[in-house]
Design a protein around this ligand. Structure first.
Ligand code: C5P
Length: 219
């Protein structure tokens, strides 16, 4: 069989949600299941890549041959990814990173003393953009662009803003595409503005098709 271009490549993949702690018993998070990131890790490992999967809390088994790092917060995910800035050939940001975290973390349990309460939030680092900013010529940055309502232009903007080599655009409809479900409808756009429209696929099949396109981006 033909050798995969991903053979021996170091790939870092982020997956799942992050948790931003409010106090010791509460957090802010989202519905990401991690399925897309884990599917990508599985497929990449099968193609002979050295895969590091940095994941938030999910209920998924570790794919065979994959080096898994479990983290909780965005800042922890950012630190774990930074460890691989130099050594990785490809970075895929498939995590649903929380954009904000509580400005103040309360030890113990926050008391309910008043009718309303406010939690101040501060922006989290953008892990993917951080990688892109410092990436060397040979390194490839890939991101997702999940939109509840939007069009391809949002994804193209993201491609440019975050200096990506490839962006996977998917609409969130809560049924066939997005979080928690097993299927996805992806449209991929590469840095040359080539557009690949994938049909409704299982996340494993979508991952395979996505990596075929990644292989075309190599060299
Ligand atoms: O800007 P937006 O959150 O829509 O971008 C989504 C892409 O950026 C995803 O690939 C996601 O993993 C990545 N991202 C990140 N760090 C953030 C926010 C998003 O790596 N703080």
């Amino acid at each position: 069989p033909r050798l995969s271009k991903l053979q021996e490549k170091s790939i870092v993949i982020t997956a799942g949600p992050t948790r931003e702690k409010i106090d010791d018993v509460r957090f802010i998070s989202n519905y990401s299941s991690g399925k897309m990131g884990f599917a990508l890790a599985t497929s990449a490992a099968k193609r002979g890549a050295k895969v590091t999967l940095v994941t938030g809390p999910v209920h998924l088994p570790t794919p065979e041959g994959v080096d898994r790092l479990d983290i909780e917060s965005t800042e922890e995910m950012d630190l774990a990814v930074k460890e691989h800035y130099q050594s990785c050939d490809i970075f895929i940001g498939a995590a649903a990173v929380a954009d904000y975290r509580p400005a103040n973390y309360v030890t113990g349990k926050l008391k309910k003393n008043s009718k309303t309460m406010e939690i101040n939030l501060v922006r989290n680092p953008d892990i993917l953009a951080g990688f892109s900013k410092q990436k060397k010529k040979h390194q490839i940055a890939i991101g997702f662009s999940l939109e509840t309502a939007g069009n391809l232009d949002n994804a193209k903007e993201k491609l440019e803003q975050k200096q990506l080599d490839l962006v996977a655009y998917n609409t969130f409809d809560g049924k066939t595409s997005g979080f928690e479900v097993d299927t996805n409808i992806l449209t991929l756009i590469d840095k040359h503005m080539n557009v690949y429209e994938l049909p409704l696929l299982g996340k494993h099949e979508a991952a395979e098709r996505m990596l075929d396109i990644v292989e075309e981006l190599i060299n």
